[in-house]
Design a protein around this ligand. Structure first.
Ligand code: DGY
Length: 351
């Protein structure tokens, strides 16, 4: 159903449904499918551009795959989020008109890059605008895990708070610690900058190769993965999920870590072998883990990791601030529009 801008406003209160936006010369404008209700800033940019006719899955829940495959048919552009698998099947369903794929995420492990490249489809993504929010949440998760905040509030609420006890709910502090970063990029640097005032003694990192310019900003030392495991009191995982990093945090890594070590993952669940992590946490091989990402997502409520007091699990909310999600949607919209105009995108993934 196509509707006017006024009707568009009304329709947006109904979910799930499809919302469309168009401008006068509708039939000649590039056709775009937006796979999720995106925050207002991005939506406004699309609406006001006068450059595209778009249809949007107006819901907080993912568009069913069958519907998605139907809706992308004949589209010139797609604006998606990280839950949509953009693979050969979807690109075939979209057909030869598709020129631009814009994802409202910094991660791109949901995209089949080879297939996109083969078809000459340009890809936009949203780095940098979420760095602050992700770094902030990572620090919050690290502190919640190391200082056992979730356990502590639970004890207070459920009558476990007796008298003041000397070692009750003791955790591990950042002062004089060594913080390790697996995958040093903008987010790793931003995390280290925030942790420094907590009197961290040393930052170390590993990556496929040294990153001297970024490392200099936080005076971090490049080490091997083994050294990272052995020396870190806190280990923050900040790498992208790629075939090389898939399952890189496994028994081999955990078994080399210190007993007091805290493991924090705000990148992607796929970098962790969760069975090995459960083993490491439940047998005291490491002290605790804070996870914002898991496999699968959502992590089923019966998953064994939920039974562990030393494991804090969040539902993939690292970038979830109003400012950041709006900036991500605006950047995704601008990437899409620039791509459709045949201009350089503000943030384009080089394929
Ligand atoms: O890839 C991303 O953008 C994050 O995981 C979600 O904010």
């Amino acid at each position: 159903m196509w509707c006017s801008r006024t009707a568009l406003g009304r329709l947006q209160n109904i979910a799930p449904c499809t919302v469309t936006g168009f401008h006068r010369a509708m039939s000649t404008l590039p056709k775009v499918y937006v796979t999720r209700k995106v925050p207002p800033d991005g939506l406004d940019i699309l609406r006001k551009s006068g450059q595209v006719q778009f249809e949007m899955w107006d819901s907080d829940d993912p568009v069913p795959r069958v519907e998605l495959l139907k809706k992308v048919k004949g589209c010139d552009g797609i604006l998606c989020v990280l839950t949509e698998k953009i693979d050969a099947q979807l690109l075939d369903a979209a057909g030869p008109n598709l020129k631009v794929l814009s994802t409202m995420s910094v991660g791109f492990d949901h995209l089949s890059l080879d297939e996109l490249k083969k078809r000459g489809i340009r890809v936009g993504y949203t780095p940098e605008v979420l760095t602050d929010a992700v770094a902030e949440l990572t620090v919050a998760l690290l502190l919640a895990t190391s200082r056992r905040l979730i356990e502590a509030t639970h004890e207070a609420k459920t009558g476990g708070w007796g008298t003041w006890r000397t070692l009750w709910l003791c955790g591990h502090e950042l002062a004089n610690s060594t913080v390790g970063i697996l995958g040093l990029g903008r987010i790793g640097v931003a995390i280290a900058e925030r942790l420094k005032p907590f009197k961290v003694k040393k930052f170390i990192y590993t990556d496929v190769e040294p990153r001297p310019e970024l490392a200099k900003m936080i005076e971090a030392e490049y080490v091997s993965l083994d050294e990272l495991a052995k020396e870190s009191d806190f280990l923050a995982i900040c790498c992208a999920l790629t075939p090389e990093t898939h399952g890189i945090c496994n028994w081999n890594l955990f078994s080399k870590m210190k007993k007091n070590a805290i493991f924090i993952n705000t990148s992607r669940g796929g970098v962790v072998n969760q069975e090995d992590l459960y083993e490491a946490l439940s047998t005291g091989v490491i002290a605790g883990a804070g996870l914002d990402v898991t496999t699968p997502e959502p992590l089923p409520t019966h998953h064994p990791l939920y039974t562990l007091k030393n494991c804090v699990i969040l539902p993939h909310v690292a970038s979830a601030s109003y400012t950041t999600r709006n900036s991500m949607s605006a950047l995704a919209a601008n990437n899409l529009l620039a791509g459709l105009r045949g201009e350089p995108m503000p943030k384009e993934l080089k394929l």
